[in-house]
Write a protein that binds this ligand. Structure first.
Ligand code: AMP
Length: 213
């Protein structure tokens, strides 16, 4: 099974990934995580992506598609994938279809997590993340320890693109370039829409109902 997880930044795509991956036995592939890992490791790819990411802009399609093509060719992708944060443009969606078709595969579902912009901005600017294990905290909703050290020992920090300016830019980019994908997948009969407001547990239940019918 191949699921595309679509939704604005801050909708909780990363949070819902674990439950989906366990339930359907999928390999999670997050382009944002791959770019961040490269950025932290100081690779050429990380350097190329850094300026786009820190401004809240999309990394160019060509670079992103090549990265996903390589990732999908790895053995663990064969059992099925959950794509988090890819595709983000219609061009990427078309390229993904071509990559999958070459292997006799296709996207099964596009799961859209939907939430109003105002709520998203609050979620994004308050978000804090553990640099080591990736645990997510929120200054208001699930405050991190005062010393900003995660129970795993890692440093809890604010992502470079979660500041107010970059975060609002990311929302604009989402509306202009990524939201149109919902209609694109709807036309192909693959769209499942779920409200992303409320607790992560509520959203997980709604997702399960949407996918299992
Ligand atoms: P995310 O963690 O999914 O919010 O991604 C963080 C940043 O990585 C985005 O704001 C983009 O700069 C970049 N990025 C992630 N996925 C893509 C994609 N599919 N296309 C272009 N840029 C991406």
């Amino acid at each position: 099974m191949i699921i595309v997880l679509l939704g604005p930044p801050g909708a909780g795509k990363g949070t819902q990934t674990a439950a989906l991956v366990n339930r359907y036995g999928l390999t999670p592939i997050s382009t944002g995580d791959i770019f961040r890992a490269n950025l932290n490791a100081g690779t050429l790819l990380g350097l190329e992506a850094k300026n786009y990411m820190n401004q809240g802009l999309l990394v160019p399609d060509e670079l992103t598609v090549r990265l996903v093509e390589d990732r999908l060719a790895q053995p663990d992708a064969k059992k099925g994938c959950l794509l988090d944060g890819f595709p983000r443009t219609v061009f990427q969606a078309e390229e993904l279809d071509k990559i999958l078709a070459a292997q006799g595969l296709a996207v099964d579902y596009c799961l859209l997590l939907d939430l109003p912009d105002l709520e998203l901005l609050t979620r994004l600017t308050g978000r804090r993340v553990c640099r080591a294990c990736g645990s997510v905290w929120h200054l208001t909703f699930s405050p991190p320890p005062d010393n900003l050290i995660c129970p795993c020992g890692g440093e809890i920090y604010q992502r470079g693109d979660d500041g107010e300016a970059a975060a609002s830019n990311r929302l604009k980019v989402y509306q202009a370039q990524t939201r149109p994908l919902a209609a694109w997948y709807q036309k192909r009969g693959k769209l499942k829409t779920v409200s992303a407001s409320g607790s992560p547990e509520r959203v997980a239940t709604a997702i399960q109902q949407a996918l299992d019918g």
